[in-house]
Design a protein around this ligand. Structure first.
Ligand code: GLU
Length: 484
């Protein structure tokens, strides 16, 4: 039997980190078994589903490298299949029409609340007589379709992550609605609901393993009953642990991230994020923490997925991201960094400045944790500098800054090479009887406004290429001359 798994997102929001992690596990499982990964968009909730969310989900999965083999299928185009199944369930007596009004159901809930009971439907319309039905119809009531759930049923399955799971039928809220009220008189029933549509699709698509978040466990119990009623083989289930924030609560909007887009905008690269998401619940047998998805797929098994919630660890994600960035070439990084530079308003010409930009990237790459760091790290090449507090203090308290700058300016004509820059520093040290560190720091402060930063010679050469070094050295020199 070949493995067939699916990701079934509802397009009611952008691709969420939880859904993306579910996608990663499904993808790894499919690839490990040479199986098929299917994408199904569950868009039957017409009010909340939006095409732009579908777009976002598809592009997010592609960005992460999670290619699918079939689909996307859209549930909104498959309503006839769900209708057929509902009719079958009605014909076989597994489902029935319930004519309760919203007011009656609300009153029931209030009574249960008053008795301190959990809200549940009391199955009151399960055995209506033909006369009662005729009367409700005559009153113009519109029915929903309910699927019978027996209270004394026990539902047991062997979850591939959680082990044996047991649910009581009485904990499932009573007979469940599988289709809404019809919207027009010529409809036998209205829109099919989630649990029914999922089961019909998973049967129709030959899904062998349902891998999804643990928030679906109660749905699984209900769905197993539907498989039985429809006479279909029940797939294997694997419920993945929730992603938790540092306080141990489900990661949510309040933690500042919701969608995969947010992570992209924050400067994480796709392979690093995919790598990190794989580690959110799964432990590779070889203990390696940096791997690509194809390597992980070779080793992947659900038995190494944790039951306990997976804590989202920003430091770890940052570390993984930095590992990926440090291995990338300036050519690879340039198109990824460019949008952040542009957003920061930096002016450059991608065609004529290409080599200069690549050199800047080579210079700052070892300090990158996120792509966004490139903005701050390269700021000195794109915007005028002002001296930091520390730099001002250094200038004010250090003997020889003015003289150093004077010396450099006097020798700064023509082309600047690393050798020449070194020679200037050496000469200044010797002639002015200063420490090399003082000379270098004086130059750095004038060129960059900071006491610390990337390699001084490289920085200087890159500034020189744009004619930016001389005016900066002059400005600081002038200010010192005016003060003395
Ligand atoms: N549409 C459901 C969701 O987005 C799918 C759940 C499932 O995988 O069955 O949560």
């Amino acid at each position: 039997m070949s493995v067939r798994v699916r990701l079934a997102p509802s397009p009611t929001g952008n691709l969420h980190i939880g859904t993306a992690r579910t996608a990663v596990f499904n993808w790894l499982f499919a690839r490990h078994h040479n199986g098929t990964f299917i994408l199904r968009i569950e868009d039957t909730d017409t009010e909340r589903s939006k095409p732009e969310y579908t777009e976002n989900i598809l592009s997010g999965l592609k960005w992460l490298g999670l290619d699918w083999d079939e689909g996307p299928y859209f549930q909104s185009q498959r309503l006839h299949l769900y209708r057929q199944a509902i009719q079958t369930l009605l014909d076989k007596g597994y489902a029935y029409r319930c004519y309760c009004t919203p007011e009656e159901l609300e009153a029931l809930r209030e009574e249960q609340k008053a008795r301190n009971e959990a809200p549940r439907y009391d199955n009151r319309h399960r055995n209506l007589t033909p006369e009662q039905i005729a009367e409700f119809e005559a009153q113009g009531r519109k029915p929903v379709i309910r699927f019978k759930i027996d209270d004394d049923r026990e539902i047991v399955w062997h979850d591939l992550i959680r082990g044996t799971v047991v649910w009581k039928g009485s904990d499932l809220g009573g007979d469940m609605v599988i289709a809404r009220m019809p919207e027009s008189p010529d409809e036998a029933f209205g829109l099919p609901l989630y649990n029914l549509a999922v089961v019909v699709d998973d049967i129709d698509m030959g899904i062998t393993h349902v891998i999804r978040g643990e928030d679906h466990i109660a749905n699984t119990a209900k769905q197993i009953l539907l498989y039985e009623a429809l006479g279909a083989k029940i797939p294997e289930f694997a419920h993945t642990p929730l992603i938790l924030n540092k306080d141990g609560r489900k990661l949510s909007k309040r933690d500042g991230v919701t969608s995969i887009d947010d992570f992209r905008k924050m400067g994480f690269v796709a392979p690093a994020l995919a790598n990190y998401m794989t580690l959110l619940g799964w432990t590779p047998p070889d203990g390696q923490e940096i791997f690509d998805l194809h390597t992980a797929a070779k080793q992947f098994s659900l038995s190494r997925v944790n039951k306990a919630g997976a804590k989202f660890d920003w430091d770890k994600l940052d570390w993984i991201n930095s590992q990926y960035l440090h291995k990338m070439s300036p050519e690879e990084l340039l198109p990824l960094i460019t949008p952040y530079w542009q957003e920061a308003g930096y002016q450059f010409d991608l065609a004529t400045d290409r080599d200069w930009l690549l050199s800047i990237i080579a210079l700052i790459t070892p300090s990158l944790t996120r792509l966004t760091d490139a903005v701050g790290l390269s700021k000195l090449f794109f915007t005028p500098v002002t001296l930091s507090g520390e730099a001002k203090e250094f200038v004010a308290q250090t003997e020889g800054v003015k003289e150093t700058l004077n010396h450099v300016l006097a020798n700064l004509d023509g082309e600047l090479t690393a050798e020449k820059a070194n020679e200037i520093i050496k000469q200044a040290t010797k002639e002015l009887k200063l420490k090399k560190g003082t000379v270098m720091r004086s130059i750095r402060v004038a060129l960059t406004g900071e006491l610390h930063g990337p390699d001084l010679l490289q920085t200087w050469l890159l500034l020189h290429q744009k004619g930016l070094d001389k005016p900066r050295l002059e400005t600081v020199y002038q200010s010192l001359s005016n003060n003395h």
